[in-house]
Design a protein around this ligand. Structure first.
Ligand SMILES: Cc1cc2nc3c(=O)[nH]c(=O)nc-3n(C[C@H](O)[C@H](O)[C@H](O)COP(=O)(O)OP(=O)(O)OC[C@H]3O[C@@H](n4cnc5c(N)ncnc54)[C@H](O)[C@@H]3O)c2cc1C
Length: 465
């Protein structure tokens, strides 16, 4: 095989591309990963500003038992994983709610704050393994309808809506099946983090990939496929280089990659699909003494009113002309402590809009969010921070190429989870993986791993290995 010829070329070195590359390189296939950035990890990465290391914003790793642990064992990854006792603290206008990594403790807490025993039992039955027998989830139009049917307690309903923020899709649009899968994982197998930093995960995957003979090209943006007789033969990079292979895996933004395929109908169809919302993020560094004022948790949710779903839904539908972001729920996430400081970030849901629109509001939104955090926690970030920086949906788009700066690919609405890009692309040696793959998913890193595994297994089957 020549230096520019491979069995498999993977476009994108995020978690999905790295996992898929590892599984295929491990069985002896010659795999090339092309990554447009100078680092791997995609959404799951860190970056340095003014000498401080900051993380992209991944506050929690769910699905350790079902996805991560299996991967760590299979690929013999040397990585430390820790779990916090309290995964989420939700500051509601009237009270503070805790979600524990052990569901039995969450139930206990819910009882203490006055949530009815029957309501908690219903929640448990929804999360139980045989939920298909408990209720036909498909009979509900949305996750909102499901929650309204199942629960009477306003506080519980609000808590369940806040947790759905993780999927970046409002409850009234969200598939009840996907929501239930997510909720089960979030409430029973959650709260994990990498104490050495989130970037340790992609960097260890990169190391193992190379150890198994995989080739990684950084700063290698694929701009199109080389197609002959309705078959992909190679890829062309932005710098003009060309690489050839038998099979190609798109582990990057699907919209961008299919734009160049000879199928304009597909591009038109994709434009009609809704993406999950994006985010506006404030990254900051605080001295460690401030950390002692906050209880250890993966995420601190600050809920400033009870119209959270309305605000969120109008952003998603693109109806809210006044604000490009939603300050009804602010999520604060924490990075591992360093010797005398720690990094954290405030995240709020946000729409993709023009750069000019975003530049007009960037500093106003920052001020508004920091005021809300100060009121809820007593921490004056502006005064205490050693460093502050903001990121808009454009920043996210710039670093990941994810269409409209989407947090989790296409929105998991009942209609969209049935859409399969793989079935629409007529060139059968191009495969699709990563968080743009639709289906009954829980989203995020577990789904990126799951789709990568499915793609690798499919190729192994086709290869007879
Ligand atoms: C701020 C934020 C917070 C999040 N929080 C959580 C969380 O707490 N828990 C959780 O589970 N998930 C979270 N997620 C979601 C999770 O990070 C992603 O769903 C997951 O990492 C997606 O992995 P991926 O490999 O499918 O895609 P990506 O991470 O998007 O990787 C795609 C890669 O392809 C590269 N690429 C794009 N185009 C090209 C091209 N043309 N040529 C070459 N390379 C290209 C990109 O640079 C990128 O490295 C969060 C995401 C964000 C942005």
């Amino acid at each position: 095989m020549g230096v520019n010829k491979f069995d498999i070329i993977i476009i994108g070195g995020g978690i999905a591309g790295l996992v898929c590359g590892n599984l295929l390189a491990k069985i002896g296939l010659k795999v090339l990963i092309c990554e447009k950035n100078h680092y791997v990890g995609g959404c799951c990465c860190s970056f340095i500003r003014k000498g401080y290391k900051l993380e992209s914003g991944i506050h929690t790793i769910e699905g350790y038992r079902s996805h991560i642990n299996r991967l760590i064992e299979e690929l013999e990854l040397k990585i430390e994983v820790a779990r916090r006792e309290v995964t989420d603290i939700i500051i509601l206008p009237q009270q503070e709610v805790k979600i524990y990594s052990e569901f039995v403790r969450t139930k206990e807490f819910f009882r203490q704050i006055g949530i009815d025993k029957d309501e908690i039992e219903k929640l448990e039955s929804l999360l139980s393994a045989d939920w298909r027998k408990v209720i036909d989830l498909n009979s509900f139009k949305s996750a909102k309808e499901l929650i309204q049917h199942f629960f009477r307690d306003d506080n519980l309903r609000e808590i369940l809506c806040i947790l759905a923020r993780n999927i970046a899709t409002p409850m009234q649009y969200l598939s009840p099946v996907n929501y239930t899968i997510f909720l089960k994982q979030y409430l029973t197998d959650n709260g994990y983090y990498f104490p050495e930093g989130i970037d340790k995960f992609p960097s260890i995957l990169q190391k193992q990939f190379k150890k198994n003979g995989g080739v990684l090209r950084l700063k290698a943006q694929v701009i199109n496929f080389i197609i002959e007789n309705n078959k992909a033969k190679g890829v062309r990079l932005a710098n003009g280089e060309e690489f050839f292979a038998e099979r190609f895996i798109v582990a990057a933004d699907h919209f961008d990659m299919v734009r160049n395929l000879p199928d304009k109908n597909l591009e038109n169809d994709l434009e009609k699909l809704k993406t999950t919302l994006s985010v506006f993020i404030i990254y900051f560094i605080l001295p460690n003494r401030v950390r002692n004022k906050i209880e250890e948790t993966n995420a601190l949710w600050i809920v400033s009113n009870f119209n959270t779903e309305e605000n969120f839904a109008s952003l998603f539908a693109g109806l809210d002309k006044k604000a490009l972001y939603d300050n009804s729920v602010i999520m604060v996430g924490f990075m591992p402590k360093k010797e005398d400081y720690f990094g954290a970030y405030c995240i709020s849901s946000a729409q993709f809009a023009s750069k000019v629109q975003w530049e007009k509001v960037r500093s106003i939104y920052k001020e508004e969010i920091l005021k809300i955090v100060k009121k809820a926690t007593g921490i004056n970030i502006e005064k205490e921070a050693l460093f502050i920086e903001t990121a808009t949906p454009h920043t996210l788009y710039k670093f990941t190429n994810n269409y409209r700066g989407a947090l989790h690919g296409w929105a998991p609405t009942p209609a969209q989870i049935k859409f399969s890009i793989a079935n629409r692309v007529k060139i059968n040696n191009i495969y699709f993986t990563g968080h743009w793959v639709t289906g009954y998913s829980q989203g995020g890193i577990p789904w990126a791993i799951e789709t990568a595994r499915r793609t690798a297994e499919r190729i192994m089957r086709e290869n007879g290995s």
